[in-house]
Design a protein around this ligand. Structure first.
Ligand code: PLP
Length: 421
């Protein structure tokens, strides 16, 4: 970790001049400048995305796939173009490997209810890690209840890393599915996913990666990762809520039964029997979030125009700066100090409950998250009820970190626990 002489003086690399792209950042909160550090929960939206969604409703709105009229065909083209944009963004081999869902949670549940119900039987094993978000735990527990499969959990070490030895020790020919997060939302740990995928494949397991925290913060390539399924949410990628993606390898999708039945997912319907469309339509029953998909395409265009290399460099520099600045506060304990981390800082302040801290920071205009971050088993692993979490995005800079530090010091002053560094 870098230590800087003055923890509040940051190198220039901690600034990307994009704040003006995000209109919400100009609105004050409690009469203060909004310092938005809750990006792990959801990111703010650039004007380009807000406009893309509004423009769709203004100029292109119609239902897709069903109309012979021009507007329906136009809307269908925009929806298909968004799918192709996602395909290129994550390096999928084919556009029909991209299924639009409501988000990461629905994508994971889709795999559990289709691939999982068809493939798993009693005694089969599903391997996850201690780092997982509830979305990548509970669907598998439900699947285990339905099939008799057994859930195994790879441990994390004191600094919040999944060690490959511990992971490998739980892989066996009984392991049918490995479901792992790419980046931990609670600690920021970046898992060595490509290696984990290779090890899981070596025992014949299928691998699902939860990419909810990854796609906005590093380049993600399905061919390089080699995984079988990859799930993410648009709203953590500067896109709208209610739209997300399940990537699935074509061979697996071809063999998966549908989950939800209804319009658009069928080939033929009679009262005796229905037959189903190919992927991805087979998994997109009903009218999808067309405007959301189009706006997600605009969000990806925005990220790509900014450049993933610049985003990674910026967030890395800001993480180092923020880590040094926070670590200099007496009474602050960082939870999760993995060697390979993304822009998430989870911490506890001596004698101040994370919820109290979050409330005081809010009164200063600083938005962070406090609690278990939908990762209760991980909190249990560290013997804590929860943490305070600051999570970074492209528009954050060193002035946000300075505001965070000042607000934490104010909380310590209010609690009478402030110590001189
Ligand atoms: N997985 C991880 C790692 C997350 O951080 C989140 C959301 O915080 C999810 C899954 C669930 O995402 P969503 O609520 O968008 O479905």
């Amino acid at each position: 970790m870098n230590t800087v002489a003055d923890p509040l003086r940051a190198p220039v690399a901690t600034r990307l001049p994009v704040a003006d792209d995000f209109p919400i950042l100009a609105r004050p909160v409690h009469g203060r400048r909004l310092v938005y550090l809750d990006n792990g929960a959801t990111t703010q939206k650039p004007t380009a995305v807000i406009e893309a969604e509004a423009r769709f409703y203004r100029e292109s709105n119609a239902n897709i796939h069903r109309g012979v009229h021009w507007l329906s065909q136009h809307a269908t083209e925009l929806y298909d173009a968004a799918r192709a944009t996602v395909q290129r963004f994550i390096g999928a081999a084919r556009a029909d490997e991209i299924i639009f869902t409501r988000g990461t949670t629905e994508a994971i549940n889709l795999v559990a209810n289709t691939w999982g119900r068809k493939q798993l039987t009693a005694g089969d094993e599903i391997l996850i890690t201690t780092l997982e978000h509830h979305s990548n735990i509970v669907p598998w527990q439900m699947l285990c209840e339905q099939t008799g499969a057994v859930l195994k959990v790879a441990p994390v070490n004191e600094i919040g890393e999944v060690e490959l030895d511990g992971f490998d020790a739980l892989l066996s020919p009984r392991t049918r599915l490995v479901a792992i997060t790419h980046i931990s939302n609670a600690l920021g740990t970046v898992n060595p996913v490509a290696e984990m995928v290779a090890h899981a494949h070596a025992v014949g397991a299928v691998v699902l990666v939860d990419g909810a925290q990854a796609v906005a913060h590093q380049a993600v390539d399905m061919q390089a990762l080699g995984c079988d399924f990859y799930a993410f949410s648009g709203h953590k990628l500067y896109g709208p809520t209610g739209i997300g993606v399940l990537y699935g390898r074509a061979e697996l999708l071809a063999d998966m039964p549908p989950w939800q039945g209804g319009g658009d997912m069928i080939r033929t319907v009679s009262f005796e029997r229905s037959t189903y469309a190919e992927a991805p339509q087979r998994f997109e029953a009903g009218t999808p979030n067309i405007a959301g998909a189009v706006a997600l395409g605009a969000a990806i265009d925005y990220v790509q125009a900014l450049g993933m290399d610049r985003i990674v460099a910026h967030e890395h520099a800001l993480l180092e700066h923020a880590t040094a600045a926070l670590s200099a506060i007496p009474g602050l304990r960082m939870i999760g100090t993995a060697a390979h981390k993304a822009g998430i800082l989870s911490f506890m302040i001596e004698h101040i409950h994370p919820h109290d801290l979050g409330t005081i920071l809010d009164s200063e205009g600083v938005a962070i998250r406090a609690g278990h971050h939908c990762a209760m088993p991980l909190m249990t692993r560290f013997g804590i009820p929860g943490t305070a979490r600051a999570s970074l995005a492209v528009y954050n800079d060193d002035t946000d970190i300075a505001a965070l530090v000042t607000a934490i010091e104010k909380a310590q002053t209010l609690f009478g626990t402030r110590k001189k560094p």
